[in-house]
Write a protein that binds this ligand. Structure first.
Ligand SMILES: Nc1ncnc2c1ncn2[C@@H]1O[C@H](COP(=O)(O)OP(=O)(O)OP(=O)(O)O)[C@@H](O)[C@H]1O
Ligand SMILES: Cc1ncsc1CCO
Length: 533
C-alpha cells in the first residue's frame, strides 16, 4: 500500500460551514492549507446527494493527491473508488468490509477503549481513530472522553503492530501540542496524526486554519521530541547547577516575570509577598473568564489545589490549557491529594488536561499520586519518615510522568521535605538546605511552589526559542528552575531562623520575606548544599 500521511486528518461536517460558505470551496482551501487526508462524513444525507458530494470530493482530493476516506457507507466508498472506509463500532465490522472492498482499501475504525483497540487489531484495521480525546461539540458523545493519558494507554496496545493511530475529538490549535506530546505510550509510541473538524470546517479561511495546524504538527515533528524522549541531558554538575541558579536569580530580579498563581486561600497573601520578595511579580486570579488574557502576559503559572472549589477547578483547567498553548511553564502542587476522593479525581482531571512542567509535593502527596502506600497523609501533611529510597522514588515518578509526555519538555518532579529531591527522570538533585521552622508554619510548601514558578519563568525567558523548539511544550531548563526555587526558599529560611529578631514561627515568616528579598548570588554560592546523582 502507498504510504498514507495521517498527520492532519480532516473530517468534514457541512453543518459547521460558516453561513454562505460553499462546501467544495472550503474543502479545496483546506487541501491547499495542508490537510493530508480527508474523511467525508454525512450522517443525515440521502444516498444520491452523498454520492454526488463524494464524487466531487474525490475529484478534488485526487487533484491534491490526498486520500479520501468515506465514513460508514461502504456502498458510497465502492461507488467513488474511495481510498478508504471509516467505520464506527456500530457500523459494518472491519472484517466484513475488508472482504467487500478492493484490496489495498484503507479501513479505519473508531475506538474509545482498550477492548475496541484489541478488536481492531484482531480484525486487521489499517488505522484507528481514538477518541474523543477532548470534550467536543461536533458529535454527540455517548462514550467517555478519553484524555491524552488514555490515548497513551491505547497506543501502548498498538506497539508492535503496523496499525496507525489518529486522535479525534475537540482537537484545535490551542490543544494540539498538548495532544501530540501527551498522547504517548511508555515506549514512545506516538500518534500518526490528529483529526480536526470544527477549526477547519467552521473557518471562513480554512486554508489558514489548516496551515496553522499543519505548521504546529511539522514543528512538533521537527523538534525531534519523539526520538529524544528519554534523552534528557545528563551533563549537570554541582558547579553548572549553581552557576545556572545564580543566573536565574539575576534574571528574576532583572526581568521581574509575572507569576500567575491559582493557589489556596490559606496562603494567598504569603505567596504573593514571597513572590515580590524574590523579585518577581504575582497575580492571584482564579476566574475562568480571565485565564486566556493572563496566559498572554504571565511568565509562568502555578496551580495549587489546597482549598479547591469547583469554580477554581474550572479556572485551573482553563489556565493550564492556555499556558500550554502559549508554551509557558506550569507548576503544579497537588496539595493534600491523598486526603479525599474529590482531590484525587480533580488531580486526575487536571493532569489529563494539561501538561505540567514541574509537579511538586510532599512525600504523602507524591505517594498518592504514584499510587504508593509507603507514605501516608494527614490532611495536607505527610506523616512518618518518608520513603526508604527517595532518590529512586522521585526519579521513577518523574519517569512515570514523562510517560505521559514526549520530550525535553518532560515533567520535573520535586519531592519536598527536610531534604528535597528533584528529578527530571534521569538526574536527581538532593538539596539539604532548609530549617525546621519551615515545618512549623503553614504553607511553606505552597510558597516553595511560588518560588519554583518564579525561577521557571526566568528559565523560560532566558531560553532563546530556536526554530526546532517551536514544537515543544515549554522551553528553558525546568530542572534548574525547580532547584533554584527550592534553594531560594530554603537558604533564606536558614538565614531568617538565626536572626536576633526571630523568636519562633510567628516572627520567622516576616524575617523569611526579608531574607528572600536580600538573597544574593554570593549567598547562594556560599550556602547551597547540593548533590547531583
Ligand atoms: N524539618 C525541616 N528542616 C529543614 N527544612 C524543612 C523541614 N521541613 C520542611 N522544610 C523545607 O520546607 C519546604 C516545604 O516542605 P514541606 O514538605 O514541609 O511542604 P508541605 O508539606 O507541602 O508544606 P505545606 O503543606 O505546609 O505547604 C521544603 O522544601 C523543605 O526544604
Ligand atoms: C492548611 C491548609 N489547608 C488547605 S491548604 C493549606 C495550606 C498548606 O498546604
Amino acid at each position: 500500500m502507498t504510504l498514507i500521511d495521517y498527520s492532519l486528518y480532516l473530517v468534514t461536517d457541512r453543518k459547521l460551514l460558516p453561513p454562505g460558505k460553499d462546501y467544495f470551496e472550503s474543502l479545496e482551501q483546506s487541501l491547499r492549507g495542508g490537510v493530508t487526508i480527508v474523511q467525508i462524513r454525512e450522517k443525515d444525507t440521502d444516498t444520491a446527494e452523498f454520492l454526488d458530494i463524494a464524487l466531487r470530493s474525490k475529484d478534488l482530493c485526487d487533484r491534491y493527491k490526498v486520500p479520501l476516506i468515506v465514513n460508514d457507507r461502504l456502498d458510497i466508498a465502492l461507488a467513488v473508488q474511495a481510498d478508504g472506509l471509516h467505520v464506527g463500532q456500530r457500523d459494518m465490522p472491519v472484517s466484513v468490509a475488508r472482504k467487500l472492498l478492493p484490496a489495498n482499501t484503507i479501513i479505519g475504525v473508531s475506538c474509545n477503549n482498550l477492548q475496541e483497540i484489541e478488536k481492531a487489531i484482531q480484525d486487521g484495521a489499517d488505522y484507528v481513530g481514538i477518541g474523543a480525546v477532548w470534550a467536543t461539540t461536533t458529535k454527540d458523545l455517548d462514550k467517555p472522553v478519553i484524555g491524552v493519558r488514555g490515548v497513551g494507554e491505547m497506543l501502548q496496545r498498538l506497539d508492535g503492530t503496523s496499525i496507525k493511530a489518529v486522535a479525534i475529538g475537540g482537537i484545535k490549535s490551542q490543544n494540539l501540542l498538548r495532544t501530540l506530546h501527551g498522547s504517548v505510550s511508555p515506549n514512545n509510541h506516538a500518534l500518526d496524526g490528529v483529526a480536526v473538524v470544527s477549526e477547519i470546517m467552521g473557518s471562513l479561511i480554512p486554508e489558514q486554519a489548516a496551515a496553522r495546524l499543519s505548521e504546529l504538527i511539522s514543528s512538533f515533528k521537527r523538534s525531534g521530541c519523539i526520538h529524544k524522549a528519554l534523552s534528557v541531558s545528563s551533563d549537570y554538575s554541582v558547579t553548572t547547577v549553581i552557576d545556572g541558579v545564580v543566573d536565574l536569580l539575576n534574571c528574576v530580579r532583572e526581568r521581574s516575570p509575572l507569576i500567575h498563581q491559582i493557589t489556596n486561600n490559606v496562603v494567598i497573601a504569603q505567596s504573593a509577598n514571597a513572590t515580590i520578595a524574590l523579585g518577581a511579580s504575582p497575580i492571584m486570579a482564579t476566574t475562568v473568564q480571565e485565564m486566556e488574557d493572563l496566559a498572554k502576559i504571565h511568565g509562568a503559572l502555578l496551580v495549587n489545589i489546597g482549598t479547591l472549589v469547583p469554580t477554581a477547578y474550572e479556572g485551573m483547567m482553563a489556565a493550564g490549557t492556555f499556558a500550554n498553548a502559549r508554551r509557558k511553564p506550569v507548576v503544579f502542587d497537588p496539595v493534600g491529594v491523598g486526603a479525599s476522593e474529590f482531590r484525587k479525581k480533580a488531580v486526575g482531571g487536571l493532569l489529563n488536561t494539561w501538561q505540567s512542567s514541574v509537579i511538586k509535593g510532599n512525600a504523602a502527596e507524591l505517594a498518592a499520586l504514584a499510587g504508593s502506600n509507603e507514605v501516608q497523609s494527614k490532611g495536607v501533611d505527610s506523616v512518618g519518615s518518608g520513603f526508604k529510597d527517595p532518590v529512586s522514588f522521585v526519579r521513577n515518578v518523574a519517569r512515570k510522568e514523562r510517560k505521559h509526555s514526549i520530550s525535553s519538555s518532560c515533567c520535573v518532579v520535586v519531592l519536598s521535605g527536610k531534604i528535597d529531591y528533584i528529578s527530571d527522570g534521569t538526574n536527581v538533585a538532593v538539596l539539604e538546605n532548609g530549617h525546621e521552622l519551615l515545618s512549623k508554619m503553614t504553607g511553606s510548601g505552597c510558597i516553595s511552589g511560588s518560588c519554583i514558578a518564579s525561577y521557571c519563568a526566568a528559565a523560560m525567558s532566558k531560553a532563546q526559542m530556536a526554530e526546532e523548539d517551536q514544537g515543544k511544550m515549554v522551553i528553558g531548563d525546568m530542572f534548574l528552575g525547580a532547584i533554584g526555587g527550592i534553594l531560594a526558599l530554603t537558604i533564606s529560611a536558614e538565614l531568617a531562623a538565626v536572626r536576633d529578631d526571630v523568636k519562633g514561627p510567628g516572627t520567622f515568616f516576616p524575617a523569611l520575606i526579608d531574607e528572600l528579598s536580600l538573597l544574593s548570588s554570593r549567598i547562594i554560592r556560599e550556602r547551597a548544599r547540593i548533590q547531583i546523582l
